[in-house]
Design a protein around this ligand. Structure first.
Ligand code: FES
Length: 581
């Protein structure tokens, strides 16, 4: 019988010799590990190859990951063709519509699962497969903390459907048709018909929602292969990218191209540019802040706003524009956008290929005529999609997706109509006796990180039914929550600090005047400081707590929106700087 290989020092160990289970005898630990995996039929030759882990987030509860079996097969093929040994393992999977109380509540748990499984199991590189909104940020956060060679594969977007000759896709059209139903423009038969057409295949939402945003930001960060962001879930292009991703993971293991060499300040700056230029989801900035925090970087929201003033929205996708992700893919995908943005990008940023972003843009070639990505002199919107607001209502900042807001409401003063929490909103928003007019401002409290908890996407407050049936399509709305990237309207989000911890939003009362000026980047509560102090003293805020379990961990440690709503103990222990530099 041959003697087992003597395990190397932990720092140098590779493959199955990495991170040996503690039995007090490393040689025995390796002997035992090999014995068990051989139970699955592996040969010694297979077990000497570089081990590539694959984070498998397939779940019957997650149709956005419904192509996971095919993706896994293609990734494994790529790994084996490149000489590696693929070992997939399950982690938590989160779907937007199947997570209570909200997917964001579970994002950090998924990131911990991902980080700890990467740390616990022997692997020389990891392929992360995610797609639905919170999954990709959770995976990148976890991998950034684990710091091994990492490559992200997204599941890809769903196809669009057709309703009575109109092209439809989740979920901008979900909201649009639901709004029509609430306004009694369509009946229950039609809303049931369109329900069959909105999600025409497996894959992620077909508009520039959070999943598409994160797919584009991941490519801009250099964390996925060039061209990996846009192929739809059910296409051969998506499967080819999966195969190539597997092969590249083996190369990254060989080169020891760890994630910290890719997630640099330049990479985050590129991602911020792209977020602005694609009219991306407002959730994108929260997730970028969380990923950056894992490598010791802070995102400066004011700088993001300054970048937005010279970064036009170029991508003509819903909800800011008219197209869908599959159109973006046919238009050349991210290469077309990055080519147009090139003068604004940090071209020396490293990518998973071992080449820089600038080199990849060159390799992508000259491009071709298309109508989905506009040129910088003919943008969809002249500034970046997201503007950062400040004022006495949001001392720590707030944001608005100006590219999908109503231009006539961007400079607006109105009377506050206040809802104390999501339950209060649900109870009264459609009441006939709700005292509300079209020029009022709807204020929703207690949907921030601690308030709901989990900062749900309830910031897209529905138009009160009595106004909807009058034909009102937009109204200024303010909250400390988030909204889906697929949503649209003049909606101020992420008000920081949140109301549940005593932010000024907590003390807004019905009838107060509020002023929104997007041009001045201002969100002001027109109530005197003395009056606010009086209200504060009369009703001091006690932050919510929980007795036990994950909810206790969440409420005790979750940070505010400007820090990415990560848990404070998961951020890097040392701060390395601020982005942009
Ligand atoms: Fe999964 Fe939209 S619900 S991406």
């Amino acid at each position: 019988m041959s003697k087992p290989n003597r395990p190397d020092d932990k720092a140098e160990a590779t493959g199955l010799k990495k991170g040996l289970t503690s039995y007090g005898d490393n040689e025995f630990s390796l002997f035992l590990r090999k014995a068990f995996i051989k139970g699955a039929g592996y040969s010694d030759a297979a077990l000497t190859r570089p081990v590539i882990g694959i984070a498998n987030t397939g779940s019957a509860y997650n149709p956005c990951h419904g192509n996971m079996p095919q993706l896994l097969e293609a990734v494994k093929r790529g790994i084996m063709l490149a000489g590696g040994l693929p070992l997939d393992f399950p982690t938590i999977s989160i779907h937007e519509s199947f997570a209570y109380p909200t997917s964001m509540y579970l994002r950090n748990l998924m990131s911990m699962d991902t980080e700890e499984m990467i740390r616990a199991q022997p692997m020389d590189a990891i392929v992360l497969i995610g797609g639905c909104d919170k999954t990709v940020p959770a995976q990148l956060m976890g991998a950034a903390s684990a710091n091994i060679p990492t490559i992200q594969l997204v599941t890809g977007s769903m196809l669009t459907g057709s309703h009575r000759s109109e092209r439809v896709g989740a979920c901008t059209d979900c909201r649009r048709y639901w709004g029509k139903f609430r306004a009694e423009e369509i009946d229950s038969k039609e809303v049931a018909d369109v329900n069959n057409q909105l999600v025409a295949s497996v894959g992620t939402c077909s508009v520039m929602g959070t999943a598409s945003t994160m797919a584009c930001l991941t490519e801009a960060l250099g964390m996925s292969l060039p061209g990996a962001a846009t192929p739809p879930a059910v296409t051969s292009d998506r499967m080819r990218i999966a195969e190539l991703t597997g092969a590249q993971a083996v190369q990254m293991a060989h080169d020891r191209l760890t994630i910290d060499r890719i997630l640099t300040p330049d990479a985050f700056e590129n991602a911020m540019r792209v977020l602005l230029a694609i009219g991306g989801s407002t959730n994108g900035i929260v997730h970028l802040a969380a990923i950056a925090g894992r490598v010791g970087l802070n995102i400066d929201l004011q700088s993001l706003d300054r970048m937005g003033r010279d970064t036009p929205v170029l991508l003509d996708l819903k909800p800011s524009g008219q197209h869908y992700m599959e159109d973006f893919h046919k238009a050349g995908g991210m290469a077309t956008l990055l080519r147009e943005l090139k003068p604004l990008l940090r071209l020396d940023a490293m990518t998973v290929t071992g080449r820089t972003l600038g080199e990849e843009i060159e390799l992508a070639g000259p491009g071709f005529a298309q109508s989905v990505v506009r040129s910088a002199d003919d943008p969809i919107y002249p500034q970046g999609g997201i503007a950062v607001l400040q004022g006495n209502l949001a001392p720590g900042g707030a944001i608005i997706k100006q590219s999908s807001a109503d231009a006539s409401l961007m400079e607006h003063e109105g009377r506050a109509v206040v809802f104390e929490n999501a339950a209060d909103l649900a109870q009264r928003i459609d009441a006939d006796d709700l005292d509300v007019k079209a020029d009022d401002i709807l204020v929703l409290k207690n949907i921030g990180p601690k308030g709901a908890p989990g900062m749900p996407e309830a910031g897209y407050i529905p138009i009160p039914r009595k106004l909807a049936v009058q034909g009102v399509k937009d109204i200024v709305r303010i909250s400390d929550g988030r909204m889906s990237g697929t949503a649209f309207g003049t909606i101020v989000l992420h008000v920081t600090p949140e109301s549940a911890i005593g932010g000024p939003l907590a003390y807004v009362e019905n009838g107060d005047r509020i002023r929104l000026s997007v041009s001045k980047r201002e969100i002001a509560l027109l109530v005197s400081e003395a009056e606010l102090a009086q209200r504060r003293a009369a009703a001091p805020m006690v932050a919510p707590t929980a007795e036990r379990g994950y909810q206790k961990l969440f409420l005790d440690t979750v940070t505010q929106a400007d820090q990415g709503v990560d848990f404070d103990f998961l951020r890097a222990t040392q701060t390395r700087g601020t982005i942009p530099r």
